[in-house]
Write a protein that binds this ligand. Structure first.
Ligand code: AMP
Length: 402
């Protein structure tokens, strides 16, 4: 019998996983610097939370959820996205006012698997709740942009739009609906079906989106406060020297999404999978899931896609491998000392020959091999082009200086 990982899931192992670890560490670091504490939430929630919080007409809810009945006959769903759970947690916490949180973890969608589109995938994200200020939008957009840039992903485009709010969007939706009715014969049956129900979703349809260059644009229908908010966001980004491109086709089809919508695109990836993340303002979401009115803005980034765009940066996860000439028991205290000193080091616990230990060091592609000859003896540190003899307690300083 042999088991495979379920379709659309991956085993991410070393050495590839080292690049993941570094990227996730970077995420911890950047999100912390912007003042977003870690939040750890359930991986499954009641199905209704997502029906209401993601939207019953969305593809995620209608086609992609991993939903099951638990043993108490409650309908549960593996989280397909993060925002609904975060807003639920904020409302449950009883906290008031401005609140921030950063998350990182696996998400699940029943998709047709391909590169960059998995059934289990990793997202990191932030949510900034309790403020309608455009400064929150700017901060959130900047955080995502700086994080993606710091991963080493050179070419990232930031696309930006405003989709208005409950005051101005209804007129826009009506204008769009009329327009779509006029060109109905050119549209796919799925889009035609959406004209009455949710015409905004036609704009981001993969097949029909490109035919809609002439469609009415949200930006031409914004009310004054939405125009002002959008102008503030753009001014803020310009002040921070974050380049953006306005993209009228960037919409969110649900009523609780308001004003700012944005997306980060890795220009080096295939168009189907080139969105590495997206976000926006969702001032109506808390009420949609039965809570008190709470404005919010946030984003989610797909780590699988970022790793895909980064290519295959294989980096050793060890600073050194210790080869022992006097057996593993004798080497253990030395390895322990090095680890206490902060060295990422491993050794052989099987008592294999010195030659076999060197082979392992070679396979692991460590930059340095340390040869241990026993207590009281100097350690021989060997790299491709040098060999030095040092006391054990100087090894970490020597490694740091290299
Ligand atoms: P969304 O919630 O659909 O806006 O997704 C936000 C980001 O998560 C996307 O831009 C992708 O980078 C990533 N993502 C979403 N779905 C998947 C998936 N099935 N596989 C891999 N990454 C995904």
């Amino acid at each position: 019998m042999s088991f495979q990982p379920p379709k659309g899931t991956d085993d991410i192992l070393a050495p590839e996983s080292q690049a993941w670890r570094e990227t996730l560490r970077l995420w911890e670091d950047v999100s912390e610097r912007y003042g977003y504490p870690l939040i750890v939430l359930p991986i499954f929630e009641s199905t209704e939370l997502f029906e209401r919080g993601v939207g019953e007409t969305t593809e995620v809810v209608t086609k992609q959820m991993y939903t099951f009945s638990d043993r108490g006959d409650r309908s549960m769903t593996l989280r397909p996205e993060g925002t609904a759970g975060v807003v639920r947690a904020y409302l449950n916490s009883g906290q008031q006012g401005v609140w921030k949180g950063a998350y990182s973890g696996p998400f699940f969608r029943y998709e047709r698997p391909q590169a960059g589109r998995r059934r289990q995938f990793w997202q990191v994200g932030v949510e900034y709740l309790g403020t309608a200020s455009s400064l929150a939008d700017i901060e959130v957009i900047e955080l995502g942009y700086r994080f993606i840039s710091s991963t080493g992903l050179g070419d990232v485009a930031l696309l930006l739009n405003s989709i208005g709010d409950s005051r101005c969007r209804p007129q826009y939706v009506e204008a769009l609906r009329n327009y779509l009715r006029g060109i109905q014969s050119e549209l796919s049956p799925e889009s035609v079906e959406l004209i009455d129900r949710n015409p905004l979703r036609v704009l981001d349809s993969k097949t029909d989106g490109p035919k809609l260059m002439e469609a009415p644009r949200t930006l031409d229908h914004l009310c004054d406060p939405c125009v002002e908010h959008f102008a503030e966001v753009k001014r803020g980004l310009e002040g921070l020297r974050i380049p953006y491109k306005e993209d009228a086709s960037l919409v969110r089809g649900l009523d609780y999404y308001t004003r700012t919508a944005f997306e980060y695109v890795a220009t080096g990836l295939d168009t189907a999978q080139n969105a590495v993340g997206g976000g926006g303002r969702y001032d109506g979401l808390a009420e949609a899931i039965g809570g008190r009115a709470t404005p919010g803005v946030g984003f989610a980034l797909g780590i699988d896609r970022i790793m895909l765009a980064l290519g295959d940066p294989q980096r050793p996860y060890l600073d050194a491998y210790l080869v022992s000439e006097t057996g593993p028991e004798d080497a253990l205290p030395a390895v322990s000392r090095l680890r206490e000193d902060g060295v990422r080091v491993d050794f052989d616990t099987e008592g294999r020959s010195v030659k076999a230990q060197f082979r392992t060091a070679g396979r692991l592609e460590v930059p340095v091999v340390l040869v241990w000859r026993g207590r009281g003896q100097l350690v021989s540190a060997q790299t491709e082009d040098e060999r030095v003899e040092l006391p054990l307690e100087e090894v970490s300083t020597w490694l740091n200086k290299r």
